[in-house]
Design a protein around this ligand. Structure first.
Ligand SMILES: Nc1ncnc2c1ncn2[C@@H]1O[C@H](COP(=O)(O)OP(=O)(O)OP(=O)(O)O)[C@@H](O)[C@H]1O
Ligand SMILES: [Mg+2]
Length: 204
């Protein structure tokens, strides 16, 4: 039987193999609480979107898993199994690594945004620390052709996810964010966007 690696709200990840290579299968099973036609459309579009963005991000020089196969009828992506632990686990068990990891995250997200790709769910559970650095996974909520607003939202979500998952690492987050701003073309505009979004959330 395939070994289940993770089961989230929408997807099941199992260990697998693809032509002799270590792989994982990410499947989105039907959700009975949704109207069947809508459910099927949603699962298919998220599966397609995820595979497409992972591929585009890779072309932009961001480490993402290689896509081996996409089966839209089953809403399943078979992809490279990336060896390593999630950044969330590493930060929890090895806090002394936080400042180096923060620099890597900042540079990785800057590269992604410079290619106008947004991730949509930048949490430390969606990053794997591997031999090559940070590998980004779980792109199902992302988008291409990203606007400044999309990027600002991505950064604001990262800020919230990082600081709530890793309390006490505020100075590491500052390192992350400054590395990010150093790596994008128009940092002034994005800084302003992030500030606008922060204020908007505060007053609405
Ligand atoms: N390519 C991969 N290589 C190694 N481990 C992976 C890979 N993809 C996923 N995982 C593991 O499975 C977990 C869940 O994967 P993922 O984040 O893609 O799914 P999810 O959060 O359940 O999905 P969604 O948010 O789209 O419903 C990850 O945190 C990671 O531990
Ligand atoms: Mg995830």
């Amino acid at each position: 039987m395939e070994n289940e690696v993770a089961r989230g709200a929408e997807a099941v990840v199992t260990d697998s193999e693809y032509i002799g290579r270590a792989a994982v299968c990410k499947t989105r099973p039907p959700k009975g609480y949704r109207f069947p036609e809508l459910d099927s459309r949603l699962r298919m579009s998220r599966t397609r979107n995820e595979a497409k963005l992972m591929h585009e991000a890779k072309n932009a020089g961001v480490r993402t898993p290689c896509i081996y196969d996409v089966d839209l009828s089953e809403c399943r992506i078979t992809m490279e199994r990336v060896e390593g632990r999630t950044v969330k686990d590493v930060l929890e068990s090895n806090p002394e690594m936080a400042s180096g990891i923060s620099v890597m995250i900042g540079a990785t997200v800057a590269r992604l945004h410079s290619a106008r790709i947004c991730h949509g769910d930048l949490t430390t559970s969606n990053m794997i620390l591997c031999d090559e650095g940070i590998c980004l996974i779980d792109f199902s909520m992302g988008c291409g052709n990203a606007t400044e607003e999309d990027m600002g939202v991505d950064i604001r979500l990262l800020e919230r996810a990082f600081t709530s998952a890793h309390p006490g690492m505020e100075s590491e987050f500052s390192t992350l964010i400054e590395t990010y701003y150093d790596g994008i073309p128009d940092s002034k505009a994005i800084r302003k966007k992030v500030e606008d979004i922060r204020n908007r959330c505060r007053y609405t």
